[in-house]
Design a protein. Structure first.
Length: 276
């Protein structure tokens, strides 16, 4: 079948977005791997599917697939691209869009300057719900990785994140420590690994080794998780600019019991068709 797609990115975190409302097709893992292959397919970090919702109180179902074919719960940069896509394709005329994900319902809104604001929901800090093996909830946790002790934050934004503090992200051991932390036995569903450098109370730099993907130019849920961890540890204010290799996001979290709000750009690169 010839399947129409749109290539998009959020700060360099790139996606192939597929409308499965006006096109009837069932994506399988081997399709995802073909689409995501940067040499023999289109190439992307993740494939995003727009589907008819399964519940009456939302507008769309948002499904996210890693390049190796697995489905994941949440993707913040993808959510911004999703909102831009359904508006540009006139699948909705709403300014505010409610979307169901594996992690629950999120709300997306187009801002006046065409950025996308995403209500990412409340962060999860309770270890068993992340999931993360710890005796009790704490602001930070000791974690041994390859014989080295780290004092880390653990947060779920619908998907699990561990946040490692570093002096300088440019020299952070992302390639060595990232894969080891991703598969750490204390994270039974594996984990996204953030390396955070605090510049001041309103600014951080961040690199993220994403679960099932590797390091990407930007990770929206990773930015949210890093800011939440920094606020919980008393290092950051409630509104923080996060500088990632691909650009900047604004993250706002008022505190416990409140949702995290992420604001940033979403860009269309090109459109096409692929034979599957």
């Amino acid at each position: 079948m010839q399947l129409r797609f749109t290539k998009m990115h959020g700060l360099g975190n790139d996606f192939v977005v597929i409308d499965l409302i006006t096109q009837r097709f069932k994506l399988k893992p081997h399709h995802i791997r073909k689409i995501a292959d940067r040499h023999f397919g289109i190439g992307c970090d993740q494939v995003l599917a727009v589907e008819i919702p399964t519940r009456p109180d939302v507008d769309f179902r948002y499904r996210i697939y890693n390049a190796e074919g697995s489905e994941v719960e949440q993707c913040g940069n993808g959510a911004r691209c999703f909102a831009r896509f359904v508006r540009d394709k006139r699948l909705t005329g709403k300014q505010r869009i409610r979307v169901e994900t594996l992690a629950g319902v999120i709300e997306l809104a187009i801002t006046d300057n065409r950025d996308v604001r995403v209500d990412m929901g409340e962060p999860i800090l309770e270890p068993a719900s992340i999931p993360f093996a710890a005796e009790q909830q704490a602001d930070s946790y000791p974690l041994e990785i390859d014989g080295e002790q780290w004092q880390v934050g653990a947060v779920s934004m619908g998907n699990p994140h561990v946040v490692l503090p570093v002096e300088r992200v440019d020299s952070a051991p992302v390639e060595r420590v990232g894969p080891l932390a991703e598969c750490h036995p204390r994270f039974p569903q594996k984990v996204n690994v953030g390396f955070m450098q605090v510049l001041d109370r309103q600014n951080i730099r961040l690199r993220v080794f994403e679960r099932g993907v590797g390091e990407t130019l930007a990770c929206g849920t990773g930015a949210c998780a890093a800011v939440v961890a920094g606020i919980v540890q008393g290092k950051l204010d409630n509104t923080v600019t996060v500088t990632l290799p691909g650009g900047q996001l604004s993250i706002h979290w008022p505190g416990p019991g409140q949702p995290v709000i992420m604001t940033g750009p979403a860009t269309t690169v090109f459109e096409g068709q692929i034979q599957l």
